[in-house]
Design a protein around this ligand. Sequence first.
Ligand SMILES: [Zn+2]
Length: 302
Amino acid sequence: MFAVTILGNNSAIPTPDRHPTAQVITCNEQLMLVDCGEGTQMQLTRYKVRRGKIRYIFISHLHGDHYFGLIGLLNSMSLLGRIEPLTIFGPPELEEILQLQLRVAATVLRFELQFQALLPERTGLLLRDKDLEVSCFPVKHRIPCYGFSFSLQRRKRRVIPEQARAYEIPAAYFSKLQDGEDYLTKTGSVVKNDWVTLPPARGKRYVYCADSIYDEELIPYLQDADLVYHETTYLADLHERAAERYHSTSVQAATLALRANAKRLLIGHFSSKYTELQPFLDESRPVFANTDLALEGATYIL
Ligand SMILES: [Zn+2]
């Protein structure tokens, strides 16, 4: 299972039915949180996400709508008895902010909080955990900001049944072939694994672009991704305002997905000034047909 669940799809100011940015990535048994706007823990409860299973949190930048929910979530995790360590990746000042918030409240978390600072000179691979790889890349916004790329690697080789049968390899042995083992025949000769299998299928990749001005330098990071999340704070007519504020429009997000040959696009971070979201789709789809709105509570499977 590799999926993204949207907890918040709005920009700066929350509305009664749209929350600031937060997403949960499910990677097999593992959960990760990407950004943590105000209200995230209520959204986790509403959509029955098991917060105790969150192992990693990624904060793209320090505009409040991307992290104001963090201290509350950490506090609740501790009150609920969490003891498993938690790793947060974010801009270095975030660690100071959290430490101050904890210190003035004389709060000692029951679990170990590991902090990994994101720095412009240290982009690239952030972590490798089982079949999961996460890397980060810089995006252009008003303050330092990072996008994240999540990829689920496939390790199993693909058996070619006709080939395997030609060497009289029993089907019961196929799982070992998938793990890369050779086969020893009854007569003692070796059937090399790569005679009867193909390399593992390509892994799936989800790319989260955070808050960003329209920037074609992002294309290499999005290239051929299975799913891309790109912000669309504004509709196309406000492209000048979008550029001034280092945000993007519906048409710009779709254009980037198209140029990067992405398979699918999710759009979000809608300005509170819009009550209807349909116009975002109406503007994006003519440019990039496979676009969906990031809807709160919805899970998008890769
Ligand atoms: Zn921002």
